[in-house]
Design a protein around this ligand. Structure first.
Ligand code: ADP
Length: 627
């Protein structure tokens, strides 16, 4: 008797023992099951899963080789026969089968672990083979994915320019990537466990091992720099960092870390250290006071000369190179303010102040500070140097005193000579027509005027230097003053026409005589330095803030590099042309100082050979026309 159910499987040979519950159990088992009888493997029973596993259409009561001829080369028949002959079970892992496993018309690949077991009669004789399978598709796929990920991980780590490694909980290396192998030139196995230590430079080993083991024990992150012996015998600096690793369950699993090649960085650091050392040596041996600050004005360096000068070992204080206790009380406020202002604007500065030395004596220091700008254009603080200028200051004082005294002493006889010459001129211009006498007296008068101006300028210089130049400010109309001054200078000028274009009354609050002195200086210079021209222009303009007065000439002009210097004391442009003009180089210095004292500016615009325009400004006071 036989029964067949095409949907659910097949039972052959009237094996009544498979009827009933057991039969249903086999039929509905999730994995494939088949019972093959005899050495020929006649199919007694198989479930639908098995039918899909081995394929084929009708296997009714046929020996396996006839029932599944397409399996002839797959080796499964030999396995059945082997199990039958030996009576020992056989395991076949990851058997692959493509079938419509879901009955949805789509073929799909699945994996099965199969067991071929003998089944026996009551006498213990093998009478057939049972094949049972377990669907391991999910597990196999997961394994494959894992293997692929591991391959990807290996590819990535091998491609990294950084050496990567992992250690177990005891600190034994379990993985190093290709980069480390390339550096050391030794195979993977050589580095496992503690093998890697052989490639650390002997002098660095103790430090590396102790820091490594300490951190591994504490399960803390670690960082250590050491040198590696490369296969090409070069020493390579590496920065090793490691991070503790935990399993999904939160158990400590060892470390994962990297070693970065930092040889170039170390070299640069060494070069920097060398150059810093050189800088320190030079700075310490220099006879000037050298200092450096960071961006916060805090001192980062002072040289030996400084500490020796001040007699202190360390310089502290929040105002950079200025030490509160050492500054002269009279200089403190001004110097600290100027320094802070310059620092905040990142500007160069030069300050002169008194500082107490180790012998409790105040010395004059000329201190120059320059902002330090890094290669990326970022402000890094200041570097400065200072010199003891006490002697220079004393000499200057002596010189100023002398200039002051000499010009003062000269002034009295000159005033008296001038008075007599003018008296003689008045008397003889009416009494005689002796041309020679009159011309001589007039020349003497002119030269005395020049001399008087020179002496007045010298006196002004000495007053300015000692801070005694005081202003006598009043309100007046600048237009009137310009006109008067132009007329006066025009009077003595034989060759030039001074063209003044007024713009109306201009109220200013200033020292009238001093402003006249400035305009006279500009005008006489314009005439003096334009011997081949016959014209000088005076221009005035205003804006909301200031009045600007300009004096233009068409003379010899001034080189750009000289333009800022001509306002310095005793500065005269040198050159064949300039030598023919007499002068002392103090007129512009005095003029500039007068203007600055009024809160104005002076400057020049000029082109060599084309002429110059000298400007000065005065703060606007009030427009008289508006009243
Ligand atoms: P001084 O004319 O007595 O030498 P100043 O202080 O008035 O002194 O001028 C300083 C220098 O500036 C002069 O020596 C001259 O070289 C230059 N300078 C001044 N004014 C002019 C000008 N208008 N044109 C060309 N150079 C000038």
């Amino acid at each position: 008797m036989q029964s067949q159910n095409e949907d659910i499987g097949y039972v052959a040979g009237g094996s009544s023992q498979f009827n009933g519950q057991l039969f249903h159990l086999l039929m509905e088992a999730p994995g494939p099951i088949a019972l093959l009888r005899g050495r020929d493997g006649v199919c007694d029973v198989h479930n639908p899963q098995f039918q899909k596993l081995w394929g084929g259409a009708n296997q009714s009561n046929l020996p396996m080789r006839q029932a599944w001829p397409h399996q002839e080369r797959s080796g499964v028949f030999e396995m059945v026969e082997g199990v039958f002959d030996t009576g020992r079970p056989y395991h076949q892992y990851s058997y692959t089968s493509i079938a419509e496993w879901n009955d949805d018309g789509k073929a799909e690949q699945r994996y099965f672990d199969l067991v071929y077991s003998p089944y026996r009669n009551e006498l213990g004789e093998t009478i057939g083979v049972i094949i049972m399978g377990l669907d391991v598709t999910a597990k196999t796929n997961a394994h494959r994915q894992l293997a692929e990920q591991q391959l990807l991980f290996k590819d990535i780590t091998d491609a990294a320019g950084t050496a990567l490694w992992t250690v177990d909980t005891k600190g034994n290396i379990i993985f190093v990537n290709q980069t480390w192998l390339d550096w050391t030139g030794k195979p993977f196995k050589a580095h496992l466990g503690r093998g890697w230590i052989d490639f650390v430079v002997p002098e660095d080993r103790e430090c590396v091992i102790s820091s490594f083991l300490r951190d591994v024990n504490h399960k803390s992150q670690f960082h250590v720099d050491f040198r590696v012996l490369r296969k090409d015998k070069r020493l390579q600096w590496v920065a090793a960092t490691g991070k503790p690793r935990y399993t999904i369950n939160g158990e400590f699993a060892g470390y994962v870390g990297s070693c970065m090649d930092i040889t170039e960085r170390k070299k640069t650091e060494q070069l920097l250290r060398d150059s810093e050392e050189r800088f320190r040596n030079i700075a310490d041996s220099a006879p000037v006071l050298i200092w450096m600050t960071g961006t916060d004005k805090q001192i980062t360096f002072v040289n030996k000369s400084w500490t020796e000068f001040a007699g202190i070992n360390q310089l502290v204080g929040n105002i950079g190179h200025l030490h509160d206790d050492l500054l002269h009380p009279d200089d403190q406020a001004l110097v600290v303010n100027s320094y802070i202002q310059a620092f905040e604007a990142h500007q160069e500065f030069y300050l002169e102040y008194r500082m107490r030395n180790r012998n409790d004596k105040y010395r004059w220091i000329g201190m120059k500070g320059i902002p330090r700008i890094g290669p990326d254009g970022i402000f890094e603080g200041y570097i400065g140097s200072g010199m003891d200028i006490t002697e220079m200051k004393e000499h200057e004082q002596v010189k100023n005193d002398f200039i002051g005294m000499a010009s003062h002493e000269l002034k009295t006889p000159i005033t008296s000579i001038k008075a007599y010459v003018q008296l003689l001129l008045t008397i003889y211009s009416k009494k005689t027509d002796d041309e020679f006498l009159l011309r001589s007296l007039s020349t003497v008068n002119k030269q005395i005027n020049k001399l008087t101006r020179l002496i007045t300028d010298l006196l002004d210089v000495s007053k300015m230097e000692s801070g005694r130049l005081s202003l006598n400010s009043v309100e007046f109309d600048l237009h009137d003053l310009i006109k008067e001054t132009v007329d006066e200078v025009q009077h003595t000028a034989t060759q030039h026409d001074i063209l003044y274009t007024p713009i109306g009354p201009l109220a200013v609050y200033a020292d009238r005589d001093r402003i006249a002195q400035v305009i006279t200086n500009f005008l006489t210079n314009a005439i003096k330095y334009s011997p081949d021209s016959d014209r000088v222009d005076v221009m005035v303009s205003t804006d909301t803030q200031a009045i600007t007065i300009g004096v233009r000439d068409y003379g010899i002009g001034i080189n750009p590099e000289e333009q800022a210097k001509i306002f310095n004391r005793f500065y005269r442009v040198e050159g064949r042309n300039e030598q023919t003009f007499s002068g002392f180089g103090i007129g512009l210095y005095v003029a500039a100082e007068i203007v600055r004292r009024h809160g104005g500016n002076v400057w020049v615009e000029s082109e060599k050979g084309e002429g110059s325009v000298f400007y000065f400004t005065l703060p606007l006071y009030k427009d008289l026309t508006q009243d």
